[in-house]
Design a protein around this ligand. Structure first.
Ligand code: MG
Length: 335
């Protein structure tokens, strides 16, 4: 373990995973946290709740398809939704650097309000701190959210079973490519927009279509690759995905080639992987494709029994490669 925090401790790859499992989990030990799902699903008298929190430090804070405000709401709404929760209430804590433009702040807050309205939630509590120039970079936002869980099944990586189908709701890499294109000032890719969106409506349709959803996870930092590798390891099963079945927009593919990046590991803010029994895959796929955030949904793989958890890709050139959690520097401050 490094004696100082490195940028890679925040990139969603191997060092992030080690920081969580070796430093945070042993100290903060509790059954709920240790499940390491997107939300904590909690029992309260009369109802199951889910509860989650995330910090947003995206740079630049305005980007094609959104800004740090909409991102902070969508991210937390989505972490509740993929645990089967109906998002109810959010909190927002802001850390703002002295000198940040008031007009920009108003745009960001308005964007949070609009995102919350469209997801049907309220930001019910918040906090603001301002730090001296140089002590933060622009604005950082932490949101937390509470949702009510009424789905009867347990939606968790632990519930994934051999025979499950893996379904993705649309093309990957758009958020990461939008941020990087803006950062690198790539002119040709000006039509790449972040996919940042609230997924709770889509999740409602999925849950209504299938009473046996085993796991859902939004593929944010670290991309679809990191999420599938995580679920393979947590479930102890073999996850095989067909590379050619994963949709990638042409503009995103082009930007990735220029930047030397793999869309599999680029961040998304409106994409999720769904695990359900193969018999239910048709119904789930149809429900997803009839929703605006699932039009390009596709079955991308399947789960099999295994002696150890592993994520294997059938590549477009006909080979197979095992994919592990990404390590080394990915892309800092992508969300
Ligand atoms: Mg998540």
């Amino acid at each position: 373990m490094a004696d100082k925090i490195l940028l890679e401790h925040g990139d969603g790859g191997l060092l992030t995973n080690r920081l969580i499992t070796e430093t945070f989990l042993p100290l903060l030990k509790n059954d709920v946290l240790e499940r390491m799902d997107d939300s904590a699903v909690l029992k309260s008298p009369g109802a199951w709740l889910c509860f989650t929190t995330d910090s947003y430090v995206v740079q630049p804070c305005f980007f094609p398809g959104g800004d740090i405000g909409s991102l902070a709401v969508h991210g937390t709404v989505n972490d509740l939704a993929v645990c089967g929760g109906t998002p109810l209430h959010l909190s927002a804590a802001l850390i703002i650097e002295e000198g940040f433009a008031m007009d920009d702040l108003r745009v960001i807050i308005a964007s949070m309000a609009e995102a919350a309205r469209s997801a049907g939630v309220g930001i019910v509590t918040g906090d603001t701190k301002v730090v001296p120039r140089g002590a933060a970079d622009g604005i950082f936002i932490t949101t937390a959210g509470i949702g009510a869980v009424s789905y009867s099944g347990t939606i968790s990586a632990e519930s994934v079973r051999p025979g499950d189908a893996v379904i993705l709701n649309g093309p990957i890499g758009n958020h990461g490519a939008a941020i990087l294109s803006k950062r690198e000032n790539l002119q040709f890719s000006s039509d790449i927009r972040s996919d940042s969106a609230p997924l709770n409506g889509l999740v409602n349709e999925i849950l209504a279509a299938c009473p046996r959803i085993h796991c859902m996870r939004d593929a944010t930092r670290g991309g679809l690759g990191a999420v599938l590798a995580e679920i393979a390891h947590q479930s102890g099963l073999r996850l095989t995905v067909s590379e050619k079945s994963i949709p990638v927009d042409e503009a995103v593919r082009g930007a990735c080639e220029i930047l030397g990046l793999d869309p599999l590991f680029l961040a998304n803010e409106g994409k999720m992987a769904v695990f359900c029994p193969a018999d239910d895959a048709g119904a789930v796929l149809a429900a997803m494709q009839s929703h605006e955030y699932g039009r390009a949904a596709a079955v991308i793989g399947h789960v099999a029994a295994s002696e150890r958890g592993c994520f294997v890709m059938d590549t477009v050139i006909g080979g197979q490669r095992e994919i592990d959690l990404p390590s080394g520097e990915l892309v800092p401050r992508i969300c």
